[in-house]
Design a protein around this ligand. Structure first.
Ligand SMILES: [Cu+2]
Length: 84
């Protein structure tokens, strides 16, 4: 897989989100599933202890705000720590 260096903002990017409201493994699993099912999301990994999600996504299909929106649609609050 080739990685473009933020050329036109299109290509696979990685964002780190801080997530509030998770209290157990099913919370993190739900968020992980919700993100992973979204078209354009290549990989989602949620860390319960760190209260973070690391998401690889196709910037041509969605943006970090969409990722936060998905997390809040299932009842948690997400803040972008590192948009890349
Ligand atoms: Cu829970």
């Amino acid at each position: 897989m080739t990685s473009t260096n933020q050329t036109d903002g299109v290509g696979p990017l990685t964002a780190t989100l801080s997530i509030e409201g998770m209290h157990c493994g099913s919370c993190s699993a739900l968020i992980e599933e919700t993100l992973a099912e979204q078209p354009g999301v290549l990989e989602a990994s949620v860390d319960l202890d760190e209260a973070r999600a690391v998401v690889r996504f196709d910037a041509g299909q969605l943006g970090v705000n969409d990722l936060c929106g998905l997390v809040s649609s299932v009842g948690y609050e997400a803040t972008v720590l590192e948009p890349t």
